[in-house]
Ligand binder design. Structure first.
Ligand code: ADP
Ligand code: MG
Length: 253
């Protein structure tokens, strides 16, 4: 078996006295689509944010595409980055898509997409622009290169955000409730795009409340509850009669 794209072990995180992650272990292999389901406040966003060190885990190890997260802890247990260059490399292996799109509002659609390839990856601007146009076509946004984010619907902004995420050809894509801020009639266009990425073999971690989508597209369903993985397995098991009573209770709530 090849090395996993994501290998996370023993991830813990507290905010003050509140233990939010209590030891999460998760692997994803190339092409896996892992959907993370769970109630509000269970730690799903914190876990995603720990993976690219947007949030510093209190303990645990993370490897993404063979890069070990450059994290050490001093004798008081405080986390710190021991190698800023390795942090940049680790982050360049991932791309995150947020609930609130987070496009840069002062940049055109095109500049949103070319910024990271040019400034982080050192790609020539002409090549980055050519690639950006191909990505706009892929996400169904041909002709919007010179628009500003504020001129787009939520669904259009999210498709641009996905094009931006793809621009650096990440090994691992992290989606945090990508459709939760969208009008119901716009949800489908984003889910269809994500399904196409899954079909292409992209490795994806998706926090979502779209149960039918998760069941359909995922290789693995993970139920996070109160900072731990309560249960996980293939959709056929997790949505079948052998799922845990706790997960079945969550689904019917
Ligand atoms: P989820 O995404 O599953 O809804 P989160 O990971 O966002 O949950 O949050 C889990 C818990 O951690 C919540 O109780 C939230 O209030 C708390 N939390 C998240 N981020 C912070 C922070 N930066 N400071 C303090 N508490 C936080
Ligand atoms: Mg969240």
């Amino acid at each position: 078996m090849t090395a996993p794209v994501l290998h996370a072990r023993g991830i813990t995180k507290s905010f003050g006295p509140r233990a939010v992650l209590k030891g999460i272990d998760l692997d994803a292999h190339r092409g896996d689509v892992v959907s993370i389901l769970g109630g509000s406040g269970s730690g799903k966003s914190t876990f995603l944010r720990c993976l690219n060190l947007l949030e510093m885990p209190d303990a645990g190890t993370i490897e993404i595409a063979g890069i070990r997260a450059p994290l050490t802890h001093d004798r008081h247990g405080r986390a710190r980055i021991d190698n800023p260059r390795a942090l940049g490399v680790l982050r360049s292996k991932t791309a995150m898509v947020f609930q609130s799109f987070n496009l840069w509002s002062h940049m055109t659609v095109l500049d949103n997409i070319v910024a990271a390839p040019v400034h982080v990856h050192g790609l020539a601007r002409a090549a980055a622009i050519e690639r950006a146009h191909a990505l706009l076509e892929k996400v169904g946004m041909t002709g919007f290169a010179t628009h500003w984010p504020a001129q787009l619907s939520g669904g259009q902004q999210q498709r641009v955000a996905i094009a931006r995420a793809l621009a650096t050809d990440p090994d691992l894509m992290l989606f945090d409730e990508p459709t939760s801020a969208l009008d119901p009639e716009r949800v489908r266009e984003v889910l269809d795009l994500m399904r196409a990425l899954a079909d292409e073999g992209r490795t994806m971690l998706i926090v979502t409340h779209e149960m039918a989508f998760a069941r359909d597209v995922s290789s693995t369903i993970v139920h996070v509850r109160d900072g731990v993985i309560e249960s996980m397995g293939p959709p056929g098991v997790m949505f079948g009669a052998d799922a845990t009573a706790v997960f079945r209770g969550f689904l019917s709530a």
